[in-house]
Design a protein around this ligand. Structure first.
Ligand code: PA5
Length: 451
C-alpha cells in the first residue's frame, strides 16, 4: 500500500542500508514475538486482531446507546492521549466541519495545554453546543487534562443542572489504577480501558483514538482494517525489502551519515495534525541518551515561502520525507469534485499555461519539483506514496510509522517505549506550584529562578 521512492537519496547513504537490514529483520521478529525491549509494551502490534475488532463492536453499541443528543465531541487529554484522534479526524474530515454540514460531528480539544485563554474560548464555543466529553489519561494524573476535566465538569454542572455528569462524559484510562479510574468508579462514569501494554503515543488505534473518532462518525472499522493489513503483510514476509523496514533503515542510514533531522513534507494542509502525531511518536520514542533524529514537518507549499530558503541553501542537517497521497480528497458524497484553474482569456497574470489543469495536479507537480530541487541542494530525499487518503490507508500508515519507530529504536539501541526526560519539566512544575512532596525541590528551583 506504500511505495518508497528513494531515487533522490544519495547512493553513499543508500549503500549503508544493507548494513542495518539484518538488525531490522531481527528487531521485527522480536516485536512480533514480544521479545527483548518489546516484551512489555508492544500490545499495539496486531491490536486489531486480538482486541480492536471486538472493541469496535462494543463501541458501536456505546455510540448507538448514548443517543444522538450531542452535536460535538470534546477530548480532554494531552500527548498520546489526544494527538492520534486529532491526526485521524483532521485528515478525514472537512476543514470547516464546525460550520459546514457534513456527516461528521466536530472534535474539540481541552486540557492539551494550560492556556487560560484556550479554556475560556473553548467554553465560549461550547455555550452554543451540546457536547459529549471524553476524558483520556493513562496515568490519570497528568496535570493539563486533570485541570481540563475539573473545568469541564464545573461547566457541565452549570449548563445542565438537572443531569448527572455521567450522561455526557466517558473516561478512558488504565484498567485498575490511577485517579481517573477511581473517579469513574465512584461516579459511575462509562469507561474504556487503555491497555497496560500500550503506551500513549502508540495508542491511537486502541480505545484512546477509536472512542472519540467513532463518536464523531469516523469509520473506525476501516482504520483497523488498514492497520491489520500491514501486520498481515509483515506476518507473511518480514523481509528487509518490505517498505516499512526499508524506511526504518533509510532514516537510520541518514542519521548515521550526519543528518540528525527529518522533515516530513506534505502537500495537504489537513495532514498537519497527522505530522504532529508523527513528531510525537518519533520524538518521544527515539530522543534519549543523546541520540535520535529530530522529527519536524513542512506544509507545502505554504512553508516553502518561509523555510524553503533554509532547506535549499542553509546548514545541511536534514533529510526529507515527502508524504504523498495520489487522491488526498475523500469524496464522501460520491460526487466527483474537480477544481481546475479557470480560463481567463486576455488576463495578464501569466497563468495561461495552467488554464484548465487540475489544481491537485499542480500541487503534486510542486511536490515533485521541490523534491528534485532539495535533492540538488544536498538534502537526501525520499517519497512515501499512497493512493486515496481514506480510513484504510490512514490506518495502514499509522501502523507503518509505529513499526518503523519500534524497529528504529532497536537500530539506535534505545528503548522506544519510555520517556524519562518528560519527568524533568513535570518535577519543576510540581515543585514551583507547591505540590505536596515536592516542596524542597521547589525551593531549589525558585532560588535558581529568582536568586
Ligand atoms: O506517549 C506518551 O506516553 C505520552 O505522550 C502520554 O500520552 C502523555 O504524557 C499523556 O499521558 P497520560 O495519558 O498518562 O495523561
Amino acid at each position: 500500500m506504500i511505495k518508497i521512492d528513494d531515487r533522490f537519496f544519495p547512493s553513499a547513504v543508500k549503500e549503508k542500508v544493507a548494513a542495518y537490514a539484518s538488525l531490522a529483520v531481527e528487531s521485527l521478529k522480536h516485536l512480533q514475538k514480544g521479545a527483548g525491549v518489546h516484551s512489555t509494551m508492544a500490545g499495539w502490534y496486531n491490536f486489531p486482531q486480538h482486541t480492536g475488532f471486538t472493541l469496535e463492536a462494543d463501541l458501536k453499541g456505546f455510540v448507538d446507546n448514548i443517543d444522538q443528543f450531542y452535536d460535538c465531541v470534546v477530548v480532554i487529554g494531552i500527548g498520546g492521549s489526544s494527538l492520534g484522534a486529532k491526526a485521524v479526524f483532521d485528515a478525514l474530515t472537512h476543514k470547516y466541519v464546525s460550520s459546514v454540514k457534513t456527516i461528521h460531528k466536530p472534535l474539540l480539544f481541552l486540557g492539551d495545554n494550560i492556556s487560560e485563554r484556550a479554556f475560556i474560548e473553548t467554553m465560549d464555543l461550547l455555550s452554543h453546543k451540546s457536547p459529549f466529553v471524553v476524558a483520556i489519561s493513562k496515568s490519570g494524573t497528568t496535570t493539563e487534562p486533570a485541570i481540563g476535566l475539573r473545568v469541564m465538569r464545573d461547566w457541565l454542572k452549570q449548563k445542565y443542572p438537572g443531569s448527572p455528569v455521567s450522561e455526557r462524559l466517558a473516561v478512558i484510562t488504565d484498567k485498575t489504577s490511577g485517579a481517573l479510574r477511581k473517579y469513574a468508579e465512584a461516579k459511575q462514569i462509562p469507561s474504556f480501558v487503555i491497555p497496560g501494554n500500550v503506551g500513549g503515543r502508540f495508542s491511537v488505534l486502541t480505545a484512546v483514538g477509536l472512542v472519540p473518532l467513532a463518536l464523531c462518525g469516523i469509520d473506525v472499522h476501516n482504520l483497523l482494517k488498514g492497520a491489520d493489513q500491514l501486520f498481515k503483510e509483515l506476518g507473511k514476509d518480514g523481509s528487509s525489502e518490505h517498505p516499512v523496514l526499508k524506511y526504518a533503515c533509510l532514516r537510520h542510514a541518514a542519521y548515521e551519515a550526519g543528518y540528525p533531522l527529518e522533515i516530513m513534507a506534505y502537500n495537504e494542509p489537513q495532514l498537519k495534525a497527522f505530522c504532529d502525531w508523527y513528531k510525537q511518536l518519533f520524538g518521544e520514542s527515539h530522543g534519549k541518551s543523546g541520540k535520535g533524529v529530530f522529527p519536524s514537518e513542512l506544509m507545502m507549499t505554504t512553508d516553502l515561502h518561509s523555510l524553503g530558503q533554509f532547506i535549499q541553501e542553509g546548514k545541511r542537517l536534514f533529510f526529507e520525507t515527502f508524504l504523498s497521497f495520489k487522491d488526498p480528497f475523500p469524496r464522501r458524497s460520491g460526487v466527483e469534485r474537480n477544481l481546475r484553474v479557470p480560463k481567463a482569456p486576455g488576463e495578464s497574470d501569466d497563468l495561461a499555461y495552467l488554464e484548465s489543469r487540475l489544481i491537485r495536479e499542480v500541487n503534486d507537480t510542486a511536490m515533485d519539483g521541490t523534491m528534485v530541487a532539495h535533492a540538488d541542494g544536498g538534502v537526501p530525499c525520499m517519497k512515501l506514496a499512497l493512493e486515496e487518503l481514506n480510513e484504510k490507508n490512514l490506518g495502514y500508515l499509522i501502523a507503518f510509522f509505529e513499526v518503523a519507530c519500534a524497529v528504529g529504536g532497536d537500530l539506535l539501541n534505545v528503548n522506544p517505549y519510555d520517556q524519562p526526560g518528560v519527568e524533568s519539566y513535570k518535577q519543576n512544575l510540581y515543585g514551583l506550584l507547591g505540590k505536596p512532596g515536592f516542596e524542597k525541590y521547589g525551593e531549589q528551583i525558585k532560588k535558581r529562578l529568582h536568586g
